[in-house]
Design a protein around this ligand. Structure first.
Ligand code: UDP
Length: 331
């Protein structure tokens, strides 16, 4: 790569929910971006918003397979690799658990090998799921988690844990510069109406007048981060000067119960949509809240969009999407 060449950024999973926002932001900043995505859970409309933008290239491919030539031929220009390629919603990643595990382990390996060959910095998006059903609250990065390696979430949780191990092994061996984000629950526009996660489910149910589904008694907690805050954090982490072999929690520490979230969505809709209870999925974590001290101290980052504002924006976006595209909203 010539010295004046700013290089290219590869975003695996760039047509997905967080990935599409990240790609848009990187393009806004004048970067050349290759988006590699298998379109497993991506919305075609996310891709349409990116196609045709200067600097954007889309390559369809699955990272469990050897990386396409359309990506590897740019190895001498790729300086940054973001790995966001994996279904992240429990019902979605459990559809084909073998593929989920391989995406995290084999897919991350393929991208790490490319990072080594390209001399590119690699960022893994790991997950709060590495903490499992946590006994330590809020979750700090040093907590090693309480994860079932045999349950239905293991393909994702253990897949991400293995991906972290592999990523840090590459760094320890001096084979790649790496960064590892542990992403907590994130929401916003560009989620798929059929995604199955709680924010998209509740909003789409409220918009279409269907029952609002609360799994279990609704007392389990989550802490929801708006997507623009998450993208900001990911870019800061990628550009973090430190090569410390440390994961960084990224999320919004504002914790609430699923029942409280449902009340907020119902209030937004202004309708009297009935709340119904469904069985709590196996291994569903009871409590989750990130300790973001490390991100605050090291990246100078903290979330800026509060839940009321983010939910209102997301609600309005889904209302338009469902009206315009007549996407069947399914929970
Ligand atoms: N949940 C719910 N109703 C739904 C979807 C999810 O009550 O329609 C619950 C789910 O059981 C969990 C929480 O909401 O306790 C967050 O679920 P999600 O699938 O969004 O992500 P998770 O944090 O479990 O990965």
């Amino acid at each position: 790569m010539a010295r004046s060449d700013p290089g290219m950024i590869l975003v695996a999973g760039g047509a997905g929910f967080i990935g599409s926002h990240l790609v848009a932001r990187l393009l806004d900043e004048g970067n050349e971006v290759i988006c590699l995505d298998n379109l497993q859970t991506a919305r075609p409309s996310n891709l349409k918003l990116l196609e045709g933008r200067p600097g954007f290239t889309f390559v369809e491919g699955d990272i469990t397979l050897p990386l396409p030539d359309a990506v590897t031929r740019h190895a001498d220009r790729i300086t940054r690799i973001y790995n966001l390629a994996c279904a992240a919603s429990p019902p979605q990643y459990q559809v084909d658990p073998e593929h989920t595990m391989l995406t995290n382990v084999v897919g991350t390996h393929h991208l790490l090998r490319l990072a080594e060959r390209a001399g590119a910095r690699f960022l893994l998006t790991s997950t709060s799921e590495v903490y499992g059903d946590p006994e330590v609250h809020p979750q700090v990065e040093g907590y090693r988690g309480w994860v079932s390696c045999t349950g239905p979430r293991a393909c994702y949780d253990e897949g991400k844990r293995a991906a972290e191990a592999l990523t840090f092994d590459y760094a320890r061996a001096g084979r790649a510069q790496v960064r590892v984000a542990r992403i907590f629950n994130t929401y916003g526009p560009h989620m798929h109406p059929d995604d199955g996660r709680v924010v998209s489910n509740l909003i789409c149910q409220a918009l279409s007048g269907r029952d609002i589904t609360i799994y279990g008694d609704g007392s389990q907690t989550r802490s929801f981060c708006y997507v623009s805050d998450m993208v900001d954090a990911l870019i800061r982490l990628m550009e973090w000067r430190s090569d410390a072999l440390e994961p960084v929690n990224l999320g919004n520490p504002n914790e609430l119960t699923v029942g409280e979230l449902a009340e907020q969505v119902v209030a937004l809709s202004g309708a009297r949509t009935p709340l119904v209870h469904r069985p709590l999925p196996q291994d569903d974590p009871r409590r989750r809240r990130p300790d973001i001290s490390r991100a605050q101290a090291e990246l100078g980052w903290r979330p800026t969009v509060d839940l009321a504002e983010g939910l209102a924006t997301t609600y309005a976006w889904f209302a338009q999407e469902l009206a315009e595209e007549r996407v069947p909203a399914e929970a």
